[in-house]
Design a protein around this ligand. Structure first.
Ligand SMILES: CC(C)(COP(=O)(O)OP(=O)(O)OC[C@H]1O[C@@H](n2cnc3c(N)ncnc32)[C@H](O)[C@@H]1OP(=O)(O)O)[C@@H](O)C(=O)NCCC(=O)NCCS
Length: 219
């Protein structure tokens, strides 16, 4: 495990405005922008992280990491809850200016860009996958980013699961810039992508169980 796994970033303690959206076709799922630091939400995100992220990619101090992520009002924390209120998904966007120096250790070509939001963490409970739910986290983040006059995104996208390729199906203005063979010491290749916040009109399919057996296993 790399010793630099998501160290604290001395993020100022502030709150973000809360937003809420319930999608008509998803009566059992709620997607909200987190309203700043909340001890209970930190615990929920830690629980999600332990279940959703493969062990070799988990943050060493996930509680501290999510607490700091929630405290910084410049971040966007999009949280998805199931019908019983359980947190089933989370997407964290951080201004690229806040992360590029740390990430240069793994991707030396990372640049400062004060107008770009970096998609840092996306996680969905394993039992909730393959339902097209990730697009609702992404769509909400794009909407909230645009409200803040941010129209540019970036990410390091996992390739072994098909996640990188999936971005080209949902974003209308996405570009591949480079592949990092051992991203963050995970021992896996990730693609550095840049995109606008504009989604393809075909991106938001209704959620539902997708046919199994077509999973992409290598990228
Ligand atoms: C990545 C993740 C959020 C996607 O959520 P999901 O609910 O599985 O995805 P969706 O049902 O919305 O499908 C979106 C696409 O995700 C891609 N995908 C990425 N990782 C996947 C995974 N582990 N299992 C299945 N599909 C995955 C597929 O291309 C899928 O499209 P397709 O089924 O039409 O081919 C989820 O799989 C997850 O939490 N994975 C573990 C953490 C992770 O890898 N995060 C990304 C790091 S860059």
């Amino acid at each position: 495990m790399p010793d630099t796994k998501r160290p604290g970033r001395n993020i100022p303690r502030q709150t973000v405005t809360e937003g809420k959206e319930r999608f008509p076709c998803m009566s059992s799922v709620t997607v909200r922008t987190a309203a700043g630091f909340d001890e209970k939400l930190v615990a929920e995100l830690v629980a999600l992280h332990k279940k959703a992220i493969p062990t070799h990619m988990q943050y060493d101090k996930s509680g501290q990491y999510f607490a700091e992520a929630l405290r910084d009002e410049r971040n966007l924390n999009i949280v998805m809850r199931g019908q019983d209120g359980t947190v089933i998904g989370h997407l964290l966007g951080i201004p690229q200016s806040r992360v590029f120096e740390e990430l240069r250790r793994w991707d030396p070509d990372m640049q400062d860009d004060s107008e770009r939001l970096y998609l840092d963490t996306i996680q969905i409970l394993p039992e909730q996958r393959h339902r097209n739910l990730s697009i609702y986290l992404i769509r909400k983040l794009c909407e909230e980013a645009e409200k803040r006059n941010i129209f540019k995104l970036s990410m390091h996208a996992r390739t072994t699961t098909g996640w990188s390729r999936y971005q080209f199906r949902i974003f209308s203005g996405v570009r591949f810039l480079r592949r990092i063979e051992n991203w963050y010491g995970f021992g896996e290749p990730f693609d550095y992508l840049e995109s606008t916040t504009t989604l393809k009109t075909t991106a938001c399919r209704a959620p539902g169980r997708k046919p199994q057996g077509k999973r992409i296993t290598s990228g």
